[in-house]
Design a binder for this molecule. Structure first.
Ligand code: AMP
Length: 373
């Protein structure tokens, strides 16, 4: 099939790396310079609302998917009138606005941090009555990697956050979670669903730094709770493709924070830690192939390479390491690649992770446990 991808970043690159063996050809619509996916297919270098570019995509593809959720709704609608666009465009609508997203969670009975819309000074009192303090004030649209967020610890700082970020905000209760988890769920065109084991995620400065899978101390009850909530969202949206849901674990229960209608950074470990990766299962889903039930033979870790490239030879020499680089120029805060680590047991994975961390800039977040004292 000819698969068109809206976006040409590293996610598009990895979709193609896993989709080409299935016999597909890829086209990427990407406005930015030197996109990482360029080496893997045809590049249409244009804005997401460029009429000629959209017509070219519509005429030259059998199915459209995306690796970036902030595609204009009108572009997705234009394409959806002409060919299958999967995940369905309504999933974009549900994820582009944090308020709509949280309302959908609530409608489906999925627990979240208490939240309230925040647009004007008149919303401050009712919002803080729901969230209490501290509250996290976030932009509803176009926030990513912790950008567009302020933690307010007093009514005055909430008002200042509204001035700085508003209007179009959401206020949420600040959750003192035990840890952050995510579930990578996949639904096929036929409605069949598969799930990867819950992954434990560690962020710094709002950016994902490390994922560990399966999450430590993962119980069947926790996994089943995550699968139930992910399944209900996918059924509600008549979804096809990978859906990633970020969760907080608080007192043993899961709160949904946000979701992404695409392959996700916290699922990159599946490239080496599962028999079928999130990328292959996404391509299977949107092209109408049966999904592969994820088989995960052992523990895996994923460490993001951010801002600076490490000594590739030194990283590659560490046992159990799989180095993935995105062919991007180094820039502070930029995701340049990731390192997957697999091994027979958690101790082996942790030992290799420690050695990789020593070669990456910055302090290791979260694990290894042995250093936590
Ligand atoms: P988000 O953009 O919603 O994924 O938020 C980025 C990061 O900020 C999350 O991964 C959490 O570490 C933190 N965060 C977001 N919302 C909350 C909240 N309501 N309570 C506590 N921490 C939060």
């Amino acid at each position: 099939m000819r698969v068109a991808v809206l976006g040409g970043g590293q996610l598009g690159r990895m979709l193609a790396l896993e989709g080409i063996p299935l016999g597909h050809r890829f086209t990427f619509l990407e406005p930015g310079p030197d996109p990482p996916a360029e080496a893997l297919g045809t590049l249409v270098a244009a804005a997401y609302d460029d009429a000629d570019a959209l017509a070219r995509i519509a005429g030259g593809a059998d199915v459209v998917t995306y690796e970036f959720e902030n595609v204009p709704a009108a572009s997705a609608a234009y394409l959806a009138e002409r060919l299958p666009v999967l995940p369905p465009p309504r999933a974009l609508g549900a994820t582009q606005d944090r308020l709509a997203e949280k309302r959908m969670f609530a409608h489906l009975g999925i627990p979240t941090a208490p939240f309230h819309r925040l647009d004007t000074a008149a919303d401050l009192d009712p919002a803080l009555a729901v969230t209490a303090l501290p509250a996290v004030i976030k932009t509803r649209r176009f926030g990513y990697d912790g950008k567009g967020q302020i933690v307010a610890r007093s009514p005055e700082s909430a008002a200042a956050a509204l001035d700085a970020l508003g209007p179009g905000l959401i206020a949420e209760r600040f959750i003192r979670f035990e840890r952050e988890l995510s579930i990578i769920a996949v639904r096929g065109r036929d409605g069949n669903r598969v799930f990867y084991p819950l992954t434990e995620n560690h962020h710094r400065g709002g950016i994902l730094r490390a994922s560990y899978a399966p999450a430590r101390r993962l119980t069947p009850a926790l996994q089943s709770a995550a699968e139930t909530l992910a399944g209900s969202i996918m059924d509600e949206l008549d979804y096809a493709g990978v859906l990633a849901i970020e969760l907080f674990e608080e007192d043993g229960r899961l709160l949904a924070n946000e979701m992404a209608p695409r392959v996700h950074n916290s699922g990159h470990w599946t490239l080496d830690g599962a028999h079928t990766s999130q990328f292959e299962n996404h391509i299977r889903a949107v092209t109408g192939l049966p999904l592969a039930t994820p088989r995960v033979p052992g523990p895996a870790a994923m460490l993001n390479i951010i801002g600076e490239l490490p000594d590739a030879a030194a990283v590659a020499a560490i046992p159990g390491v799989h180095l993935h680089l995105y062919d991007k120029a180094a820039r502070p805060g930029r995701k340049l690649g990731h390192v997957n680590i697999t091994g027979p047991d958690q101790a082996a994975v942790r030992a290799s992770a420690e050695r990789v961390w020593a070669l990456l800039p910055g302090e290791p977040p979260g694990l290894p446990e042995s250093r936590r004292g």
